[in-house]
Write a protein that binds this ligand. Sequence first.
Ligand SMILES: Nc1ncnc2c1ncn2[C@@H]1O[C@H](COP(=O)(O)OP(=O)(O)OP(=O)(O)O)[C@@H](O)[C@H]1O
Ligand SMILES: CC(C)(CO)[C@@H](O)C(=O)NCCC(=O)O
Ligand SMILES: [K+]
Length: 249
Amino acid sequence: MILELDCGNSFIKWRVVHTADAAITGGGIVDSDQALLAAVAGLGDLPLVGSRMVSVRSEEETSALCALIKDRFAVAVSVAQPVQEMAGVRNGYDDYQRLGMDRWLGALGAFHLAKGACLVIDFGTAAKADFVASDGEHLGGYICPGMPLMRSQLRTHTRRIRYDDASAERALSSLAPGRSTVEAVERGCVLMLQSFARAQIEQARALWGDDFTVFLTGGDAPLVREAAPQARIVPDLVFVGLAMACPLN
Ligand SMILES: Nc1ncnc2c1ncn2[C@@H]1O[C@H](COP(=O)(O)OP(=O)(O)OP(=O)(O)O)[C@@H](O)[C@H]1O
Ligand SMILES: CC(C)(CO)[C@@H](O)C(=O)NCCC(=O)O
Ligand SMILES: [K+]
């Protein structure tokens, strides 16, 4: 079995997959290294043979987590590294090492699944979009604040925007004009995300006509579903790319 890890800016997504057929034994989302160790240990004694990781965290944080995993589960951790080209996809950044590894792996996974032009839109802490043409050329993409960042900016820089998580969740039962602060903010931010998605799809259409696949991923992808009815929601898209970038036996 293999321990797979996607270390985003706010959360660590993890899962344990069988070596032979990639069947998923367990997984989850945690908000700290210690919570990760506890969650994986909670699956009992696993015959782990290796681990692979993608991280957008600092070198120090990433190597600290690798050391913890090595120590606790006695496996080496293969960390996905930036490359100029892989699996038919060419990194489109001027400096390929600067492209976020989550974006790169999402692009690899999407091109592998679509076998043609594709647009990846990932709604996490940040929202990001990446374009891969039918010949595998990564054209670049866009980054802007995701739902958690938009929310916290409003809360931090205003005096009268204050509400709790439970009312935030209730506010999203509809997108009608808000009649309370929580509704106005939560619905407004969801409309921003949806407009981002629509703008990316419009751009893909201008480039490629109708001949492209849209992938939605990231924790907040479900909030955007209705703005992109044609999209494939693939929550584990980064893991698809991770398996390609870090093959283990
Ligand atoms: N079970 C869950 N646990 C945590 N967050 C969740 C969950 N389901 C949905 N979310 C939402 O997903 C968002 C975080 O998304 P994600 O985990 O993709 O971010 P991230 O990988 O940490 O960020 P980034 O990819 O931008 O670095 C949060 O806004 C959160 O509300
Ligand atoms: C944009 C984020 C923060 C999204 O997780 C990540 O992909 C990242 O740190 N990227 C580096 C900057 C860039 O991709 O241009
Ligand atoms: K991520």
